[in-house]
Write a protein that binds this ligand. Structure first.
Ligand SMILES: [Zn+2]
Length: 109
């Protein structure tokens, strides 16, 4: 089943049309099945939901960057881990390990 939400956010189901306050930074989403129920939604993702997702995924994004074999990406990973540490998502020991991993990776490439 396909549901077209039009201007609504596929996550919070709030209106993202111009003037709604959620228009800026929205992006179109097609065929998202958020609950795995087979119902696919077309609509938008609002900036707020994107930020929430990014926050939850931040650590994993950092790990992916760390394994990217690209110096700039690893530099980004360091920033991401720094933020994770500041926000209390990872402890100091883990943070140090990750930074050492980043430095070693950058030397290796
Ligand atoms: Zn939303």
């Amino acid at each position: 089943m396909k549901v077209d939400l039009g201007n609504k956010c596929v996550h919070c189901k709030e209106d993202t049309s111009f003037g709604s306050g959620k228009f800026v930074n929205r992006y179109p989403v097609y065929g998202l099945d958020p609950d795995g129920t087979g119902t696919e939604y077309d609509g938008y993702c609002c900036d707020e939901c994107e930020q929430t997702w990014y926050d939850e995924e931040k650590y994993h994004i950092g790990i992916a960057r760390l394994g990217s074999n690209d110096k700039d990406c690893i530099e980004e990973a360091k920033e991401i881990f720094k933020e994770c540490y500041k926000e209390g998502k990872i402890n100091k020991k883990r943070y140090k390990e990750l930074i050492i991993d980043c430095v070693n990776e950058q030397k290796r490439i």
